[in-house]
Design a protein around this ligand. Structure first.
Ligand code: F6R
Length: 606
């Protein structure tokens, strides 16, 4: 979604801003723009990619201070005029904004009544005009921004450039903003990974905070005007390789990275002697774990699918109720929160607004929430303050793959830990650990022999719709496979627990309809076979993902074997063919695999 990058220092700002924009690209966007100050403030913006912006830029843009933006449309269509930056009527104030101004309509009307001609349909533009007005009161940039924000309702990460001042003022409320401190230069971004090529020394702004930046200094204060000292965090030097390398797309690169990502996730977190999980970041003693009444897991999209697997693992191993919730629904249903229960917020980006709101709702009602998060230092990780980093490394394709696997792995380790504190034996714990440690190797083995993926793609690519079915722990895998294919190949997909098929979705089947079955060799397999027969009897073509060497293979028109593993760990293998099917189908249909239309990597609006 929207991204911000800003720079002050001795170098040419435009080069650094454009590089910053490229590093924000993976988040998904529909237009871009930059503003650089050099005497006047020059603004350049364009619908499309950073490459499209480059086509309208002059060959040289001088200036050492500037701000830049990638926009993902919320208020107003995808047009050059709606792209950021936006300038005030006299051109002396220029802003970029992430978030939503809820009272924008009222503010736009009031500005119009005062004679301001608004140039865009956005909510953001009002900020530039109001700051201009407030600046005329005392010519103090920070105070002008502060007074403006007191008139705004909604969420913001904003950066403001002033023609007559050498500073950038930025502020945060519900939309992340991170300041990077370099040698005699200062950076600001909505994404820490856009900063790491320049500096590891960062300050995460919190909600309700304002910063005034120059090349040499940052001064921090609250919306109420109270100054405070910067708390510098040193980011990890290398978060992982975020370049494409020899791969044609990030999605396939990330599918291949799953084995190593999983190794990072489980490394040092398994106690082979005691057969236990060792998730130190949870700060949960066995005594606490043994008295937890229930567990709730929250996430959106892929993270929710991982939560559903976590639910089955936790109930199965700890014998306490566990429930997965769609985070975007959670707080609107006025949930009852038990302060003794455990809540997990599962999120790759750590910035998903719906998940963050759910976290705040739980906290407001006295509950404690643990993060299961990929992006270190992200809003949800910091809001929770405790939890598990899943260590997938940067995930740049919009379609999540390696983060899903590591969410499942993290929840497996938690299930083991809570299970050991309650019901399962050391021997059973050791058995699961032994198998979990084998999984990275089994993933590599599968990726070397992927089975007839191309035959599956042939059955799917022209289909009107595709049905994904699985039972038990494979039902969420079916959902994840459907989500992946739908989001990158734009084929309508339905996913159901296989037993539900005959209660409705069966009506869709006709001669040649493709149905993907996830059927590892577990206790529900025979039931799944019945569903396969029911589909086949209606002319469906069966794409079957199954355990290597299992007789069930004969049931598929296209059968894709994955290596054998403990049935509780099967999602870590069965999901991979579904990722490959989605990837290759999208390629066959000439879709933009890494940047599917309308989607964003980090969904920072509710
Ligand atoms: C699917 C996908 C989305 C995200 C969802 C939550 O491939 O990427 O469904 O899973 O937007 O995102 P995070 O995990 O960042 O909270």
């Amino acid at each position: 979604m929207c991204g911000i990058f800003g720079y002050l220092g001795p170098r040419q700002a435009s080069t650094i801003l454009l590089d910053g924009l490229r590093r924000l690209e993976y988040r998904g966007y529909d237009s871009t723009g930059i503003a650089v100050k050099n005497g006047a403030i020059g603004i350049h913006k364009k619908v499309g990619k950073v490459a499209d912006l480059m086509t309208v830029l002059p060959s040289e843009i001088s200036g050492n201070v500037g701000i830049a933006h990638t926009r993902w449309a919320t208020h107003g269509g995808v047009t050059d005029a709606n792209a950021h930056p936006h300038e005030s009527a006299n051109g002396k104030v220029v802003i970029v904004h992430n978030g939503i101004i809820e009272n924008a309509r009222m503010l736009r009307t009031s500005l119009s009544v005062q004679g301001v001609e608004l140039q865009s349909e956005t909510d953001s533009e009002v900020l530039a005009h109001i700051i201009e007005r407030e600046l005329s009161v005392d010519n103090h940039p920070e105070n002008a921004v502060r007074r403006t924000l007191h008139q705004i309702r909604g969420t913001w990460g904003i950066c403001v450039l002033f023609l007559e001042h050498d500073s950038i003022v930025c502020a945060r409320n519900g939309s992340p903003l991170i300041i990077g401190q370099g040698e005699n230069e200062m950076f600001v971004s909505s994404d820490p990974h856009a900063l790491t090529p320049h500096t590891q020394r960062v300050v995460f702004l919190e909600d309700g905070e304002i910063a005034t930046l120059t090349a040499h200094s940052m001064s921090l204060s609250t919306l109420k005007g109270k100054n405070f000292a910067a708390n510098i965090t040193v980011l990890e030097q290398e978060w992982g390789d975020s370049e494409l390398g020899d791969y044609p797309h990030f999605m396939i690169k990330e599918i291949y990275e799953q084995a190593d990502a999983l190794r990072h996730c489980i490394s040092g977190r398994l106690d082979r002697v005691d057969g236990n999980g060792r998730l130190g970041g949870l700060k949960l003693e066995p005594r606490k774990l043994s008295s937890v009444p229930h567990v709730r897991l929250l996430g959106c999209g892929t993270a929710y699918n991982a939560a559903e697997i976590g639910q089955i693992l936790i109930e199965g191993l700890a014998r306490i109720p566990a429930v997965a919730h769609i985070a975007s629904e959670f707080r609107h249903n006025d949930p009852v929160i038990n302060p003794n229960a455990l809540h997990f917020a599962i999120t790759q980006s750590g910035e998903t607004a719906d998940t963050l709101s759910a976290v705040k709702e739980i906290q407001l009602k006295g509950g404690s929430v643990y993060g299961v998060v990929n992006v270190v230092g992200s809003s949800i990780a910091r809001e929770c303050g405790k939890g598990v980093y899943i260590h997938s490394g940067p995930e740049q394709a919009v379609a999540s793959t390696k983060a899903f696997s590591n969410m499942v792995a993290a929840l497996t380790m938690f299930a083991l830990q809570i299970g050991r504190s309650r019901s399962i034996s050391r021997e059973k714990g050791k058995e699961i650990i032994k198998e979990l440690q084998q999984v990275p190797h089994l993933i590599e083995e599968y990726l070397e022999h992927q089975g007839p993926i191309s035959e599956a793609v042939e059955l799917i690519k022209e289909a009107k719709s595709v049905l994904f079915l699985g039972r038990g722990i494979s039902a969420p895998v079916a959902k994840e496979g459907a989500l992946k294919l739908m989001e990158i190949a734009y084929i309508p997909c339905l996913a159901y627990p296989a037993g539900e098929m005959k209660h409705g979705p069966i009506a869709l089947l006709e001669e040649g309809s493709p149905v993907v079955f996830i059927a590892p060799n577990d206790h529900v397999k025979t039931k799944t076979i019945s569903a396969i027969h029911e589909c086949r009897a209606r002319g469906a073509k069966i794409i079957l993902i199954h355990e290597q060497g299992d007789d069930i293979a004969v049931e598929g028109d296209v059968s894709i074997p994955v290596p054998r593993v403990h049935s509780l760990l099967s999602p870590l293998l069965t999901v991979i063919p579904t990722q490959l099917i989605a990837y290759h189908t999208a390629l066959a249909l000439d879709c933009n695999v890494d940047r599917p239309r309308n989607l964003a990597k980090s969904v920072t609006v509710e």
